[in-house]
Design a protein around this ligand. Structure first.
Ligand SMILES: [Zn+2]
Length: 248
């Protein structure tokens, strides 16, 4: 494997009742979120991480009495390696009890196809071996025709297509709880997703940020960096920043 410290713990925090945040812990990893269904004990995981960090996630989960074998669903925000590679070791571990994977459009298509060159596009000098994963075709439910997903009696999310960072980028929004899981669309501290990867576009990114800027958001739970309970303020800040770098 290319990256080291495979089992350093991902630090967790209960953001809200039965909703947990696990912070990215190394190069090319991502934040992950877990929602526990209080009735069934089932766990829904948002984003899979880079694969190397999976052990660290499991370690972090222990502290909250969250059992990895109770993960029944994985919801992805987009197709990038730091968000999806964890699926491969995760699916191996759960062979007897397969986990349902949900993703949107391009992301679902890429994962279903299992074509290595689409998961590692262009020449970024990365390959599956660096992450200790083997790319195989996965069964994925495409969220393209699904407007809303119910996770538990406490949480349900609307699916919004928010491209610009990538073609398969979506945001999960719980309007009752005012939670936004935007993947790499907007971050805290005025940051926003890169638009120079394949399928990225600055104008599209601006439009997507404009869209989520109109939502009522308390908890902003992005794919990288910190989280915030002043969501609207943070999104407005990022929207202002991205407008200031675009020329029109
Ligand atoms: Zn990304």
């Amino acid at each position: 494997m290319f990256f080291s410290s495979t089992d350093s713990e991902k630090k967790g925090k209960e953001v809200k009742s039965n909703l947990y945040y696990f912070a990215e812990n190394q190069m090319l990893d991502c934040n992950q979120y877990i929602i526990k269904d209080p009735n069934t004990g089932d766990l829904a995981l948002f984003d899979a991480g880079n694969g190397i960090s999976l052990k660290g996630l499991f370690k972090g989960m222990e502290k909250f009495n969250l059992n990895p074998s109770n993960i029944t669903k994985v919801f992805l925000t987009h197709e990038h390696v730091d968000h999806v590679l964890g699926l491969y070791p995760l699916m191996k571990l759960s062979k007897s009890n397969p986990i349902e994977i949900f993703a949107y459009g391009e992301t679902a298509e890429i994962l279903t196809g299992g074509d290595e060159s689409r998961i590692f596009p262009g020449n970024f000098g990365m390959n599956p071996k660096m992450f200790g994963v083997e790319i195989i075709p996965l069964e994925v439910t495409d969220l393209i025709n699904i407007k809303e997903i119910k996770i538990s009696s406490e949480y349900k999310f609307q699916i919004y297509y928010t491209p610009g960072h990538s073609l398969g980028s979506i945001s999960y929004y719980d309007s009752d709880k005012k939670i936004l899981i935007p993947g790499d669309l907007v971050f805290t501290g005025g940051s926003f997703g890169r638009y120079d990867f394949p399928g990225g576009s600055l104008n599209t990114l601006i439009n997507s940020i404009k869209y989520v800027n109109n939502l009522d958001v308390e908890y902003l739970l992005p794919g990288h960096m910190g989280i915030s309970d002043k969501g609207n303020q943070q999104i407005a800040f990022s929207y202002k920043m991205i407008q200031s770098i675009s020329f029109f």
